[in-house]
Design a protein around this ligand. Structure first.
Ligand SMILES: [Zn+2]
Length: 101
């Protein structure tokens, strides 16, 4: 009950501050949209870094599979390769599904 009251008050305060700016609700909405877009870009960049930029890149599946075979000789098993949707090269992963895009 009291938390409901608080959030209603917070909303009133936001609307009041927005009115001081002369900011219409449309502007607030598009502001929010742009903010979300930037967050998506950041998340996308982080994903790309993890899945692509931070990894060794192979020009072909054969090269990637060669690297997997070489790793297996050193006891690193369970690797597989996948076609990268970012750079269209090949990367290795030890996770069977999570990094497949
Ligand atoms: Zn890549």
């Amino acid at each position: 009950m009291s938390s409901k009251k608080r959030s209603a008050r917070a909303r009133q305060r936001e609307e009041f501050l927005a009115s001081l700016d002369g900011t219409s609700m449309d502007d607030v909405f598009s502001h929010e949209e742009r903010r979300r877009d930037r967050m998506d870009e950041r998340r996308e960049a982080a994903l790309r870094h993890k899945a692509c930029d931070s990894k060794q890149r192979y020009g072909s599946r054969a090269q990637a599979e060669g690297a997997i075979a070489a790793c297996a000789e050193y006891g690193m098993t369970g690797l597989r390769c996948y076609r990268c949707t970012y750079c269209h090269g090949w990367h290795l992963t030890s996770h069977a599904t999570t990094e497949q895009r």
